[in-house]
Design a protein around this ligand. Sequence first.
Ligand SMILES: [Cu+2]
Length: 179
Amino acid sequence: MTYLLTVTSGLVTAVSLAAAALADEATAIKSAESAAPPAVAAGATIYSVDAGGAMTTLREGTNGFWCMPDYPGSPGPDPMCGDANSMEWVMAWLGKKDPPKGKVGFMFMLSGGSDSSNTDPYAEGPAEGNNWITTGPHVMVVNAMDMMTGYPAEATPDTTQPYVMWADTPYAHLMIPVN
Ligand SMILES: [Cu+2]
């Protein structure tokens, strides 16, 4: 009887753990999808990234776009979606490599963005001379260096107007508010 009880409660634990994982997954997918227009998000591949940077596919897509949920380590929401070229750009940034030549990418961040720095692609938080930067709903053009000329690029730009993030690095990109 004790044995059966143990098995049963073990099973209940396993089932509730699985349910919790499914709920987490549903929350992550919903967060990821909130970054793009619904018609784009519905067909996108959904990835989640753990604290160590490892990527898991939560759902295979059909339209060539991808989305990732909010990163909980930053103070504000920052889920994102993008096209295939922008994924190559993201992988180059994470791997500290040069983005592939000629592959201009497009991204959506329609739930807004929360970045640890406008000048340092690898800042982990605010520091002396460096601030968090919060942007409302926006889209981004990445890996298009020739396009950046003439846009503001300082550490504290007006984020209600187009500006350059991470200027003078291989990861400079145009941030374009849409609200
Ligand atoms: Cu952004």
